[in-house]
Design a protein around this ligand. Structure first.
Ligand code: DAH
Length: 360
């Protein structure tokens, strides 16, 4: 005969269930085991697992309560009852462990198998607006038959100035504008020296553009920086005229800025070209009515150009009687700023992604 065993669980009572006082310990353990087994079927979330653990296995849980009752069991039945209770606890614990394990696995397999989960996207990179501008301009000239060349950023006085017909006392050689490295070496102040290198190396006809970085010892402001980019161009052959220069540059401007623009060439001066000019286009921001960007003039200056000075030809042993050519230089940052209405050149060098991603 088993002892009567009282327990105060919160187990749902079923209609046919006998009153607890009538149950033997063995029956109680058996019914608890059945209940525990049934309950483990519902352990499909972490919350349910925790609820189960609190209900059955915690210090105040149902099984602990049964252990409490052990002292009411007659001494001779206690060892067996205790053993049965221990078994109940172990089985309950291993059922719980199994449920936890299953939960982990199914979470894992959901991660592996749920093909409908959106992938983790990587942010996609793109070229900086300065590189994009170089590419776009280069592309237009490539289509007109120009090759792309480059030269060193550390130049000698000879290539940067002397061979380009800068008089010895020209203010551009001044320490204020040029970063000198040694007496004779400097950071190039323009990409124009590449034309000297090209003419030294190749006989005409030469038709090339040369994009790259240039440096000037200037105060950094919204308008100017110590490092920026230019694209220079050169065409040398027999019988090249100013009309060729205009035809090429007007074609470029219309392809880059839009075919409906108006343009003008203003006389200017550069030591390495004669005659020299600057090219303006009608301001497309205000439709030439006058705005902040065109400084109320209705015109935007987009490049410098001219016919190669005979002195430059002489410095590279090309006979100015036999050959002629034109050259031009375009500021990249200025071009990008005009085209995209950017009002501060520093924005192009700060690598602020909020700025850069606007030119994707
Ligand atoms: N090198 C000039 C500058 O830095 C730009 C320039 C003007 C380049 C006329 C040329 C040219 O090749 O023909 O401002």
């Amino acid at each position: 005969m088993y002892a009567r065993f009282f327990f105060s669980g919160s187990r749902r009572k079923q209609a046919h269930e006998p009153s607890i006082e009538e149950l033997t310990v063995k029956e109680i353990i058996a019914s608890m085991l059945a209940e525990v087994r049934e309950a483990t079927d519902d352990l499909n979330s972490e919350e349910a697992v925790e609820r189960f653990r609190l209900a059955y296995l915690s210090r105040k849980g149902r099984i602990a309560q049964l252990f409490e009752q052990l002292k009411t069991v007659p001494a001779d039945e206690r060892p067996l009852t205790g053993k049965a209770l221990n078994e109940l606890r172990q089985i309950t614990q291993s059922l719980l462990d199994g449920a936890v394990e299953k939960l982990k696995q199914s979470a894992g397999s959901r991660d592996r198998l749920d093909l409908s989960l959106p992938g983790r996207t990587q942010p996609r990179g793109h070229m900086h607006i300065v590189s994009q501008t170089i590419e776009e301009i280069s592309d237009i000239f490539r289509r007109m038959g120009f090759s792309v060349a480059d030269g060193p950023e550390i130049e000698t006085d000879h290539y940067n100035f002397e061979a380009l017909n800068f008089p010895a006392d020209h203010p551009a050689r001044d320490m204020q504008d040029t970063f000198f490295i040694t007496e004779d070496h400097l950071l190039r102040t323009h990409t124009t020296p590449v034309q000297v290198r090209l003419m030294e190396r190749f006989r005409p006809p030469i038709r090339a553009i040369f994009p790259g970085k240039v440096y000037r010892n200037e105060v950094i402001s919204a308008r100017s920086h110590v490092q920026f980019h230019q694209i220079d161009g050169l065409f040398v052959d027999q019988g090249v005229t100013f009309a060729d220069l205009k035809g090429t540059l007007v074609t470029f401007a219309k392809m880059y800025y839009g075919s409906s623009l108006r343009y003008r060439f203003r006389p200017s001066f550069f030591p390495f070209t004669e005659p020299s000019a600057e090219m303006d286009i009608s301001c497309y921001l205000c439709n030439a009515k006058g705005c902040r960007v065109c400084k109320q003039t209705g015109w935007l200056e987009i490049l410098g150009c001219g016919m190669v000075d005979p002195n430059v030809f002489r410095s590279v042993d090309v006979d100015p009687e036999e050959h002629s050519g034109y050259a031009f230089g375009i500021g990249i940052e200025r071009t990008a700023m005009l085209r995209h209405a950017i009002d501060d050149i520093r924005l192009l060098f700060e690598n602020d992604l909020r700025v850069n991603h606007q030119f994707n």
